[in-house]
Design a protein around this ligand. Sequence first.
Ligand code: UDP
Length: 319
Amino acid sequence: MKVLITGGAGFIGSHLAERLLENEHEVYIIDNLWTGKLANIAGIQNHERLHLVVDTILNESVMNELIFRVDHIYHLAAAVGVMNIMDHPVETLDINVKGTEVVLRLANKFKKKVFIASTSEIYGKHVEHDLSEDDNRVMGTVKKRRWAYACSKTLDEFLALAYFDEKKLPVVIGRLFNTVGPKQTGQYGMVLPNFVRCALLGKPIIVYGDGNQSRSFTHVYDVVDAITKLMDEPAAEGDIFNVGNSHEVTINELAEKVKEMTESNSEIEHITYEKAYGPGFEDMQRRCPCIEKINNLIGFAPRYDLDAIIKSVIDYFKE
Ligand code: UDP
């Protein structure tokens, strides 16, 4: 099969490209290298079934040509990382909204199946229970820039479902929960690579806020398993799935665990959100997925527990 990955030189996209090549597919990547890196695909760049286009997904003539050629599209290109969203709100909204509009419109023109990479941010400020696909969204005020990301991704989901309902375009939506693993950098704010890098260098591990906020981390290999299986499952079309790991950990616990597993002497320090992200930031106190739906449909169960996840990130940084 011929497959297009938008954002294929990114952290998740490059792992997905490796997997699809292993599975004998012909892989086309389009990436503007904003947060994606050629280094992420260095191991596959000369593969005979890999085709790389360095361009933006907003370039419609290039996208037209690519989408015409392929059978499936994995749409991963987006503004990523909380830091990016705080620092570049215009670019974030532009790429997340207009980019997905281009992908869906052209996919519909040639009737090609699309996976839309969405996000757990969509759920917003829930604290009381594990998050299910049909839950309400609890968004903060428009004055807090962080929520722009969730809103842009929500619009992507609405548009994808609209194409499915109205135009019968096969689409599958996955809401990814804190994907981590080798090749992810801490450059755009992600917590685990930042903690591991600082711990290995003996620098302070910086926790934002009081550290009682929690997250559930998913290894990128589990995410790649889940999204490729979802795309191969016809019953997933026109539907939304949490892609995550339901083990929850507070950021304080994560800092302690990283310190212990790296045998680091680093201090664990706390700074305010304002100092970390600037004004206009609001965090989510809790974010943990219910993964019953994806488990029932494709038998998805994460293979990497938190220790294995942290170990794989430590091994990557040591390399
Ligand atoms: N965080 C932290 N130190 C860091 C980076 C992030 O304490 O160096 C916190 C951040 O405020 C959030 C959590 O860790 O509460 C997860 O942050 P990340 O940016 O990885 O993901 P997201 O906020 O999108 O879940």
